[in-house]
Write a protein that binds this ligand. Sequence first.
Ligand code: ZN
Ligand code: ZN
Length: 141
Amino acid sequence: MGAFETITGSCFCGANQFQITEPAVDTHHCHCSICRRVHAAPFVTWSIFPRSGFKWTKGPQLQTFHSSATVHRNRCTNCGSNVTVDLDAIPDKLFVSRSNFADMKADPGHPAATLRHAFWPDRVPWIEINDNVRKTQGFDT
Ligand SMILES: [Zn+2]
Ligand SMILES: [Zn+2]
């Protein structure tokens, strides 16, 4: 694995722009029904970054939707992109939607072993996924 390279990204309209200077600790595809419905997408790919390496370079102009008492989802007040999630359980880290990176080839730098299809039983039946990535019943088991 090469040295971590700074990642930039934004919501769709650009009102919210971020820069990440420390590698992710985790990346997973989330098939849970909450992510699917909040993002209006078949699944969402998240990387979890240390908050110490994350900063907004424009904005933030965000509205927070609390999908549970401890899970806070942040979307652009203008274009509606769901960009980050804050979890009370891990206050020193945040979830960032990998689809909002500026460069789709950008490497989040997470340990390879963390990559997985989380909440695999909740996946939609109308997309066939044949990769060799690990499937987990829930978040990480
Ligand atoms: Zn926006
Ligand atoms: Zn999810």
